[in-house]
Design a protein around this ligand. Structure first.
Ligand code: CP
Length: 309
């Protein structure tokens, strides 16, 4: 399977077979991600890390992954310190990153920005989140987490909870989980339901997700509970945000009613939707999930460079 030079814009750019291949490849990266093994497979290669929106995990884990592979990274986390401030277009910024590096990672508030960036770059472009659009590398690390914890992805009862309207990670994930045949329940306030197009995509893949606003019943038989933050920054109206903030809170009381092997995932950052007391239970997988960003992103950086490890 050849991924050399491939742009990674949406999880829909991959077949199930290709996703399986990436997940197996990522498994091999784990000892390197932990620093137990060393490689300089990407020695001499440079990653441009262009973050037009805040990030902790995605930016740091991409940069760490590049370092773990023996490469280097350049870039910015604050676009106001770049020539965008002087009116430079996204296309020209991308042309420069293409001239200065071998791989480009971009996060941008506008949906479609990564696809546009790929049009102006010879170097492969990896989408690190475009508005409420896609976040394919998050989706892959979510799949990797379920795959490594549960040994398979389909055959799980999976609840996606929270802001299903604006939360980009759940859009990609719902599609991918449907591709694997997982049983899906979408739990959200009525105003933050999963977009119709995503539900239809699941239907086309033979999955009929249950949609509800009531968490207690949905979570009882779940194997995986994927929690999301209400995406305050994407609400056009503060009043609407205030109506739904704090709709759900995962705590130990709720967990006393669930399966013992239920795993709780969250793309992070979390705000109030998971009580910190949950961190100390066996259900809490979200920090391990965030670590999994390293082997998965190492795999992707290596694969788009020609499978150098
Ligand atoms: N999960 C995720 O995208 O986190 P950051 O916004 O911190 O990158």
């Amino acid at each position: 399977m050849n991924f050399k030079g491939k742009d990674i814009i949406s999880i829909k750019d991959f077949s199930k077979k290709e996703i399986d291949y990436i997940l197996e490849y990522a498994k091999k990266m784990v000892p390197y991600a932990k620093g137990e093994k060393y490689t300089d497979a990407l020695k001499g290669k440079i990653l441009s890390s262009l973050f037009f929106e805040p990030s902790t995990r995605t930016r740091l884990s991409f940069e760490s992954s590049m370092n773990r592979l023996g490469g280097r990274s350049i870039g910015f986390a604050d676009p106001s310190a770049t020539s965008q401030k002087k009116g430079e277009s996204l296309a020209d910024t991308i042309r420069m990153a293409d001239a200065y590096s071998d791989i480009i990672v971009i996060r941008h508030p506008q949906e479609g920005a990564a696809r546009l960036a790929a049009e102006f770059s010879e170097a492969p472009v990896l989408n690190a989140g475009d508005g409420a659009g896609h976040h394919p590398t998050q989706c892959l690390l979510d799949l990797f987490t379920i795959f490594t914890e549960k040994k398979h992805i389909g055959k799980n009862n999976i609840v996606l909870l929270g802001d299903l309207k604006y939360g980009r990670t759940v859009h990609s994930l719902a599609y991918a989980l449907a591709l694997y045949g997982a049983e899906l329940t979408f739990v959200s306030p009525a105003s933050l339901k999963m977009p119709k197009e995503v539900v239809e995509e699941c239907n086309e893949l033979g999955i009929e997700p249950i949609q509800t606003s009531i968490l207690d019943k949905a979570v009882k038989d779940a194997d995986v509970l994927y929690v999301t933050r209400i995406q305050k920054e994407r609400f056009p109206d503060a009043e609407e945000y205030n109506k739904v903030v704090g709709s759900y809170k995962i705590d130990n009381k709720l967990l006393s009613t669930t399966k013992q092997k239920l795993i709780i995932m969250h793309p992070l950052p979390r705000v109030t939707e998971i009580d910190p007391e949950v961190d100390y239970t066996n259900h809490a997988l979200y920090f391990k999930q965030a670590f999994n960003g390293i082997p998965v992103r190492m795999a992707l950086l290596s694969l788009v460079s020609g499978g150098l490890l």
